[in-house]
Design a protein around this ligand. Sequence first.
Ligand code: FES
Ligand code: FES
Length: 154
Amino acid sequence: MISLNVNGKVYNVDVPPDTPLVWVLRDHLKLMGTKYACGVGECGACTVHVDGVAKRSCVIPVGDVHGKKIVTIEGLPKNHPVKRAWIMEQVPQCGFCQPGTIMQVAYLIAKTPNPDPEKVLKEMDDIICRCGTYPRMKKAIKKAIELSKKGVKK
Ligand code: FES
Ligand code: FES
C-alpha cells in the first residue's frame, strides 16, 4: 500500500510502486485535470507539484512519492494569480496542455520572490502546446506576475 498526500488529503493506493503517478492520479483518485500526452517527460501536460516542485507525473513512479505532498491543478486555489491570469487572457484553445502549463508557471513564479517575466518565459520553452497558444500564455504569465505582486491571495 502506498500513502499519498494529494491536495491536502491522504490516500492509500494499492498499486505496483512502478506505476506512473499520472495514472494513479487519473485512474485511482479520479483527478482528471492532470493530462497524459507524450508519456516520456517531454511535453509538460502531466505537470504537478511534488513537495512544492513542478514535476512531470508521467515519469515518476508512484513509489518514489510515498508520503510526499502532491498538488494537482484541482488543488491550486481558484483565485491563484496564474488561474486568474489564464482566464483574463483567455489562454486555452482545446485546453489539453493547460493544466500542466499552469502548474509549471505557478511553480516558476512561486520559487522566486520577484519573478522576471522574460526569465519565466524562457523556462517555459519545453512546454508543448499543440494548439500554439504561446502568445496568449506569454501575456498571461506577465499578468500572473503582476497579480502576484499586487498581493492577490495564492
Ligand atoms: S505527458 Fe508527461 S511530459 Fe508529456
Ligand atoms: S490548448 Fe490545445 S494543446 Fe494547448
